[in-house]
Design a protein around this ligand. Structure first.
Ligand SMILES: Cc1cc2nc3c(=O)[nH]c(=O)nc-3n(C[C@H](O)[C@H](O)[C@H](O)COP(=O)(O)OP(=O)(O)OC[C@H]3O[C@@H](n4cnc5c(N)ncnc54)[C@H](O)[C@@H]3O)c2cc1C
Length: 324
């Protein structure tokens, strides 16, 4: 393992200054990616600039949408009631990262800047239209998340730049979202694929009937049929897929195809097929390409349905495992 010097700046300005003046330096937040790479000798920094003592990177601001500091941990996100309710996909993902010990130290900033195709919080941020707030010697700037991922472990940061936070718009009360992490086991594992969805809906019929149709124990085809009978229309939908391409991607053709349509089982299946045709998975140790594509077909409809459940469903529906 390489010898490195460990620096502990107290402010963003100090951290950026250190990155400018030091040779072969790397930011470290929770260290759950960086230290693994250093131990594996895939990374040999001479200097680690720690972000852990910078209090201005740790905030959750729920006024007018959602603003998150890059230093917020996955645990803090997963346990935040407001995020669970209004930005559910993000809470689903943060709660599914690694183990409790990992979630207690690992940060959103680290997850996004590490930019693994399997990064759990990437797909939720894509469907929630997040912007990345960046600071550096040239000043502050904001980048839409879709422009931030350039490829595996590659992001749109210039030398020495730091992600300070994330800005998510207010999506209104007729919107719900969900993230489904499909892994080999319900334990600590990276996803074989991850699917996030966000749906904004309009109900022409009876909302109470829609709500009742989500009561646990209902047959899923029946649930969809009742929603169809009450003319539940998709006003806007976002779908993002992880581990199906070199970077997390939106399924834009599928999003376009569902807009303005009334829900039906046939429609959800079609949307899954379109999303799968937009994916470019490869074989890997966690799963083969054909399997990933099949799972995109299945999980896209489920993620959309869970998103709807979170808008119209009864309280118990906030536990997505009770559906499908
Ligand atoms: C046992 C284990 C299980 C894991 N399971 C999962 C999982 O299920 N899902 C998942 O997505 N990930 C998983 N990970 C990966 C890792 O925990 C996450 O990616 C985590 O969010 C990284 O955050 P961190 O704060 O530890 O980042 P660090 O390791 O500190 O940093 C990661 C990268 O981001 C850069 N960086 C960090 N913060 C900033 C910033 N603010 N601005 C600019 N650059 C920055 C660092 O320089 C580094 O390149 C796992 C890791 C381990 C060790």
């Amino acid at each position: 393992m390489s010898n490195y010097e460990y620096h502990k700046p107290q402010t963003v300005k100090e951290a950026i200054g250190l990155m400018e003046s030091l040779e072969n330096a790397k930011y470290i937040a929770g260290g759950t990616d960086v230290i693994v790479l250093v131990k594996q000798e895939k990374l040999a920094p001479a200097n680690l600039v720690s972000l852990r003592n910078i209090s201005e990177l740790v905030y959750i601001d729920t006024k007018d949408g959602l603003k998150l500091g890059a230093g917020v941990t996955h645990s803090a996100i997963a346990n935040n009631e407001f995020i669970r309710k209004r930005y559910s996909a993000l809470a689903d993902a943060a709660g599914a990262v690694g183990s409790k010990q990992i979630r207690n130290v690992a940060t959103m900033g680290g997850n996004i800047c590490n930019a693994a195709p399997s990064a759990d919080t990437a797909c939720p941020l894509l469907v929630l239209d997040a912007k990345i707030v960046i600071d550096g010697k040239a000043g502050k700037r904001e980048v839409p998340i879709d422009d931030f991922f350039l490829g595996p472990n590659k992001v749109a940061l210039n030398a020495g730049e730091l992600v300070t936070g994330f800005v998510l718009p207010d999506l209104g009360s007729n919107t719900g979202s969900a993230y489904i992490k499909h892994a080999r086991r319900q334990a600590m594992d990276l996803p074989i694929i991850g699917i996030a969805a966000r749906a904004a809906i309009k109900i022409d019929g009876n909302e109470a009937v829609c709500r009742d149709s989500f009561v646990a124990g209902n047959d899923i085809s029946q649930t969809i049929k009742r929603l169809e009978d009450e003319r539940l229309v998709f006003e806007d939908v976002r779908i993002a897929m992880g581990v199906v391409a070199p970077r997390p991607v939106r399924a834009k053709k599928a999003e376009e195809a569902i807009k303005g349509k009334i829900i039906s089982e046939k429609l959800l299946k079609e949307i899954g097929e379109i999303a799968a045709s937009e994916s470019q998975p490869r074989d890997s140790i966690r799963g083969e390409a054909w399997y990933r594509r099949e799972m995109v077909k299945v999980l896209t409809g489920r993620a959309i349905l869970r998103s709807i459940g979170r808008i119209v469903g009864p309280e118990q529906m906030t536990n997505p495992n009770r559906l499908w």
